[in-house]
Design a protein around this ligand. Structure first.
Ligand SMILES: CCC/C=C/C(=O)SCCNC(=O)CCNC(=O)[C@H](O)C(C)(C)COP(=O)([O-])OP(=O)([O-])OC[C@H]1O[C@@H](n2cnc3c(N)ncnc32)[C@H](O)[C@@H]1OP(=O)([O-])[O-]
Ligand SMILES: NC(=O)C1=CN([C@@H]2O[C@H](COP(=O)(O)OP(=O)(O)OC[C@H]3O[C@@H](n4cnc5c(N)ncnc54)[C@H](OP(=O)(O)O)[C@@H]3O)[C@@H](O)[C@H]2O)C=CC1
Length: 293
């Protein structure tokens, strides 16, 4: 769809780029000639990703350890990247999420998700955007959202709230920063199975709706190159007039419903305990690998 030099001269930071969608988006950007920076909290995961993608694509990819909930950690990362040369693009991809009945959420459970999705994305945008404005460099910001920004979703309320806040940031900053040549867009993927998302959203196989392929009008999951191609388009030159948009890439899922977790209302207390235990085990495994945060 694109040539190997569509993104030559582009230098793009993708948060959470070491796993899942972020990793496959990184692969797509590298294949089109971009230089890519990824970040996350687990050094071994980031290092392995860089080794794999640079061997597969021959492209330039670097990592930084960074907890995006911490603005100082972001400033240090962005500063060190700009010392090597200015970024041309930012993809806000890192996120946290788990399914849970809202009545069972503690303030800390809510904060774990909000601080990553809403605060972390905003801090990163601010850190990169203010450098672009000061150095008079145009740039492209793209956030990885979800179709719940239009529908909301039961049982993932903090995620739906935080993603909707970033949808609002997208529209607002497109206006405020348009005069600096900074484009601000977002994508809203439907289900693209990844270990990270499925461990938190369908840990026991009992959660249907948002993670279903049968209810997608196209009757299949998204394919990683499809999302990588959309991100490449939004990071490439040629359509700079496109800004302030959130583009769904979901096979029509949210237009047909049910692309939310509404159907989880049928689960009983035992199902929810089993789900919580499975999510806990997945989170503990990830924590044991973390280098920060
Ligand atoms: C269609 C697909 C759309 C996809 C969207 C995505 O974003 S997929 C992206 C998917 N990728 C990722 O999510 C990757 C990043 N994920 C992470 O970093 C972690 O999984 C986490 C931060 C989300 C939870 O980490 P952790 O369990 O280690 O948590 P912690 O020790 O930091 O404690 C924080 C608080 O949360 C509470 N709590 C936890 N679980 C549950 C539960 N099931 N029920 C209720 N509450 C729960 C816990 O009890 C504590 O509160 P307390 O008791 O102290 O008052
Ligand atoms: N998979 C899907 O079907 C869909 C996914 N999305 C969105 O796509 C994005 C990627 O999801 P997916 O690939 O499935 O899930 P993953 O769990 O694989 O990706 C999340 C990434 O974010 C990183 N991350 C989490 N918290 C932090 C933090 N505090 N600081 C820095 N990095 C962090 C994780 O790395 P580490 O733990 O090492 O820090 C991980 O690499 C998310 O924004 C998600 O909401 C949207 C719709 C559908």
């Amino acid at each position: 769809m694109f040539s190997h030099n569509t993104l030559t001269q582009k230098r793009i930071l993708i948060t959470g780029g070491g796993t899942g969608l972020g990793k496959e988006i990184s692969r797509g950007l590298l294949q089109c000639g971009a230089e890519v920076y990824i970040c996350g909290r687990r050094e071994s995961v980031l290092q392995e990703c860089c080794e794999e993608l640079s061997a597969d694509t021959g492209g330039k990819i670097h990592y930084r350890i960074c907890d995006i909930r911490d603005p100082d950690s972001i400033e240090a990362m962005v500063d060190s990247i700009f010392q090597e040369g200015p970024l041309t693009g930012l993809i806000n991809n890192a996120a946290a999420n788990f399914i849970a009945p809202t009545k069972d959420l503690s303030p800390r459970g809510y904060q774990a998700i909000r601080s990553t999705v809403m605060d972390g994305s905003f801090y990163t945008v601010l850190s990169v955007g203010k450098r672009w404005i000061k150095q008079q460099i145009p740039g492209s910001i793209v956030s990885n959202l979800v179709t719940w920004v239009w529908t909301g979703s039961a049982f993932v309320v903090p995620s739906a709230m935080a993603k909707t806040a970033i949808d609002s940031m997208t529209k607002s900053l497109a206006v405020e920063w348009g005069r600096y040549g900074i484009r601000v867009n977002a994508v809203a993927p439907g289900p693209f199975p990844t270990e990270g998302a499925w461990d938190k959203l369908n840990p026991t196989g009992k959660s249907t709706g948002a993670t279903d392929s049968e209810s997608v009008p196209m009757r299949r999951y998204g394919k990683m190159p499809e999302l990588a191609n959309l991100m490449t388009f939004l990071q490439a030159d040629g359509c700079e007039y496109l800004t302030g948009q959130t583009i769904a890439i979901d096979g029509g899922h949210h237009l047909a419903a049910p692309s939310t977790f509404a159907s989880l209302a049928d689960l009983n207390d035992d199902d929810w305990q089993e789900i919580r235990d499975s999510i806990k085990a997945s989170a503990e495994k990830e924590k044991s690998q973390r280098s920060t945060g």
